[in-house]
Design a protein around this ligand. Sequence first.
Ligand code: ADP
Ligand code: MG
Length: 310
Amino acid sequence: MIVVPEAFVRYTVEREGAAGAAWIAELPGIVDELLERWGCVPDGAVMHGGVGVVVPVRRRAEGPAVLKVSYPHPGNVHEPDGFAAWGGRGAVLLYERDDERFAMLLERVRSTTLAELEGGEEVARVAGRISRRLAVPAPPGLPRLADQAEGWEEQLRKDAAQVAHSMPQRLVDAAVATVRELGRSQPHSLVHGDLHPGNILRADREPWLAVDPKGYVGDPGYDGGTLLKTRALAFLAADDVRKAIHHTVDVFAEAAELDRARVRRWAQFRAVEGALWGHRHRFRIARGGAELARLTAFAEHMAELLMEPG
Ligand SMILES: Nc1ncnc2c1ncn2[C@@H]1O[C@H](COP(=O)(O)OP(=O)(O)O)[C@@H](O)[C@H]1O
Ligand SMILES: [Mg+2]
């Protein structure tokens, strides 16, 4: 039986409460059952992300693989659909799936992620290329980002009203305009949905491959917004923050073959979302601390810098 990593137990129980604890108790049994059914033997220490355990295994036909079992949450339903549609192009191969168990057997790649790469420019280029490779016509049945637009707009307005004294209205107005103009009607591309550098792993079949997709239908520019958001700490340390942010937008857009203004606007919207999230949590729990305040202020600064071409 596998030992579920202690940190993963803690996150899951904190986030999901009793239902999380019950699932954790079942997890070693679920893993054993799948290992047997899929003819795999464990081959290394159990890894995890925020929502899933990833067990390195071997199977005769494919060699090194991983068994990923995610918490049964609606947000994790379409991950295998993404992998199936890509067929290994820009993402790891899907060998088996059990949707009821939220489980997949996937091609194993290396454990180094793009987040560990030093050069910011290369990070943006690799993420852009992956985004381009993943932007295939979406298969039917996946959730559409366009269907979230109304909810995004509502949330932006609601949050903005709550923090009216701490955040300039024009930042929110620009984000709302983006949601209306780019969010409501989007291309029918398959979009990764959580394309941060930690979800891009070093591989041999291709230099880098994506893992952990949400599997949405929409504008790949959305993934550019994710990348920009997750580079916030790197931008914070840059000598010239404005230049670093706009250069990242340009490099990502070029590699992804997307319009740079489009990527910039998605990133502006996501930065506003992030800043409002930060404000909201500071208000609600009043214990976000200095780090959250600092990041919130910086997200706001990013949203401001992303208002205009660099
Ligand atoms: N196919 C894979 N090959 C090798 N390592 C993997 C693979 N998939 C995931 N991992 C490892 O497990 C970690 C968590 O996986 P991920 O799919 O991102 O889970 P989560 O959905 O919980 O974020 C990754 O950061 C990586 O270290
Ligand atoms: Mg992940």
